[in-house]
Design a binder for this molecule. Structure first.
Ligand SMILES: Cc1cc2nc3c(=O)[nH]c(=O)nc-3n(C[C@H](O)[C@H](O)[C@H](O)COP(=O)(O)OP(=O)(O)OC[C@H]3O[C@@H](n4cnc5c(N)ncnc54)[C@H](O)[C@@H]3O)c2cc1C
Length: 366
């Protein structure tokens, strides 16, 4: 997100700095996801997630085309397992249409078989605008373009303190490795907090703030070789209300492998990517509902990612993205809870951030 924001801001302003605590950009959530360019069917009408996903779907594809980022508009199927689930498919179709997603169509079991010969289902919602991209390439392309427009990208720079001044924020950075680090400060007219899993902690540097991020791990398995052909494109189950996510699904990658996952489980730390992973047997059992031919031996463990959830374990409902000027220190723009569809929405979120930054700079007469 930081790279997309830096790209957007550096189109309008000259003194943009992107600071990243890791040695390289895009090592956290932005490169540990499914790479799906979502359409926007799932989110409540009028929410940031709905609006910025629908806009982001178009903007991301345009950006990928313009800057040579590997991507493909694949379409996807959301599959109902029995007649009882058809009403949910229709409700999802209506929700998508309300959000402005076009081309949605209900298909029957025969059409599912024609499109995805190995997938079992009673009916499905066809979503033609869904796509897939190389998330890593996308992050680096945003960074490259931002740099070309004059943005300064600084790695190994951890924000450790923020002190509000009248019309600015004094940001203290720890530069370098822990052992050999030194502190530097930047006087910023405006700061955008897009620290992902740590956005609550960065926001908290200004004083108590209402957000707490709970890391929810998504784990993947991968099907490689000939068996990856069991899936041609993107196939999802219906998202059920008690689930934290869209459900374990199948994603044919740009490299011809098939991802199974991601799962969803609250974990005890923001760096806990691997401890206590699900077994391949558990993945296979889950995957068999839609893909009966899948066997345990077809799967190998893949990577994981951590979602920055704003809902505590057991809390119901969907939290929207937080995209706002801080209520007490408006020269800090807070981006908190940027979970899926954050990759898709990044370019559109960057547009909204540009508007907010513009307001800050006008209000401080610069
Ligand atoms: C399993 C999974 C699957 C997903 N699938 C999809 C998908 O298919 N499509 C989609 O649209 N979205 C998807 N998402 C969501 C998407 O990946 C995220 O919304 C998006 O990547 C969030 O980007 P971000 O920049 O906010 O966070 P990050 O990529 O985590 O970036 C935050 C950066 O801030 C840095 N940072 C943190 N603290 C500090 C500090 N104090 N000082 C300096 N730097 C700091 C971190 O090192 C990190 O690099 C998925 C997410 C997960 C976990």
């Amino acid at each position: 997100m930081g790279c997309a924001v830096a790209e957007g801001l550096s189109r309008r302003w000259t003194d943009v700095f992107l600071v990243e605590k890791n040695p390289k950009l895009g090592m956290a959530t932005s490169s540990r996801n499914s790479g799906v360019i979502h359409s926007g069917i799932y989110y409540p009408k009028g929410s940031w997630k709905a609006r910025l996903c629908v806009a982001g779907n178009r903007l991301t594809k345009e950006f990928c085309l313009r800057h040579g980022v590997a991507h493909r508009t694949t379409g996807k199927l959301v599959v109902a397992q029995d007649a009882g689930e058809t009403a949910e498919l229709l409700a999802l179709k209506k929700k998508g249409e309300d959000n402005g997603v076009t081309g949605l169509r209900l298909i029957d079991a025969a059409e599912i078989r024609r499109q995805e010969p190995h997938v079992q289902g009673h009916a499905a919602l066809e979503v033609p605008s869904t796509g897939i991209c190389s998330a890593e390439e996308l992050v680096h392309a945003f960074a490259r373009v931002a740099e070309g427009q004059g943005a300064n990208l600084v790695n190994h720079a951890t924000v450790v303190r923020m002190e509000p001044r009248k019309d600015s924020v004094r940001v203290t950075l720890r530069i370098g490795d822990k052992e050999k680090s030194e502190e530097e400060t930047i006087e910023a007219r405006c700061v955008v907090n897009s620290a992902g899993l740590y956005a609550d902690e960065v926001a908290g540097m200004l004083g108590p703030r209402p957000w707490k991020i709970y890391p929810v791990r998504g784990e993947y398995c991968e099907i490689r070789g000939a068996r990856a052909e069991l899936i041609r494109n993107l196939v999802y189950p219906l998202p059920h209300h008690d689930q934290l996510t869209l459900g374990v699904h199948f994603t044919k990658t740009l490299w011809g492998t098939t991802l199974v996952g991601p799962t969803a489980r609250y974990v005890d730390g923001k760096e806990n990517y691997e401890r206590g992973r699900l077994s391949i047997a558990e993945f296979a059992a889950d995957a068999k509902t839609m893909l009966p031919e899948i066997e345990e031996r077809d799967l190998q463990l893949g990577y994981t990612g951590l979602r920055p959830k704003l809902k505590a374990p057991g809390e119901k409902g969907i939290a929207d993205f937080v995209i706002e000027a801080d209520r007490e220190v408006p020269q800090v723009i807070q981006l908190v809870g940027i979970e899926s569809p954050g990759l898709t929405a990044a370019a559109a979120i960057a547009g909204r951030v540009g508007e907010l930054v513009g307001e800050v700079l006008v209000n401080t007469n610069r």
